[in-house]
Design a protein around this ligand. Structure first.
Ligand code: FES
Length: 148
């Protein structure tokens, strides 16, 4: 085999390997590994009597999951639309929003995202509403459902 033929085959082989590597990367994007589905679990956050009669209440709580203790925050809203729970995690980049009574909504301190009292985006970059979390009352205790 001449040096010229060897060099041509080597270059062809190099580009073939490169093309296969790119095909592998594209296949990973097209068929991503299945992310384990997180299940909704309910955590005891407070006594039923502590539910806000009207308005918004920020609830800090801790919960146990998989042998670890974690802390979380949820906003409980009670208004004409009923009682519901909102996640405080901004849907833009995940900062924690704060309730602002004067604006009657939630403001994100990071990039100016604004949400109304129902969690709908009213201004700024957030792409979607604040997630609503399931609430249930059992034996005078309030439980919030979270994906963990
Ligand atoms: S993280 Fe909330 S607006 Fe960017």
């Amino acid at each position: 085999m001449s040096r010229r033929i060897f060099l041509i085959r080597f270059i062809k082989g190099f580009f073939l390997v490169l093309a296969l590597a790119w095909a592998g990367v594209l296949a990973l994007f097209a068929y991503p590994a299945r992310v384990a589905e997180k299940r909704v679990r309910f955590f005891d956050i407070m006594d039923e009597d502590s539910l806000p009669r009207r308005g918004v209440k920020k609830v800090d709580f801790t919960y146990e999951h998989a042998g670890e203790t974690s802390s979380a925050i949820v906003y409980i809203v009670n208004n004409d639309a009923g009682v519901y729970a909102l996640s405080p995690v901004c849907t833009h980049l995940g900062c924690l929003v704060k309730y602002n009574r004067h604006a009657d909504g939630f403001l994100c301190p990071c990039h100016g995202g604004k949400y109304d009292i129902a969690g709908n985006v009213t201004a700024g970059p957030p792409p979607m509403s604040l997630p609503r979390l399931q609430l249930k009352v059992l034996n005078q205790r309030v439980f919030v459902g979270m994906r963990v």
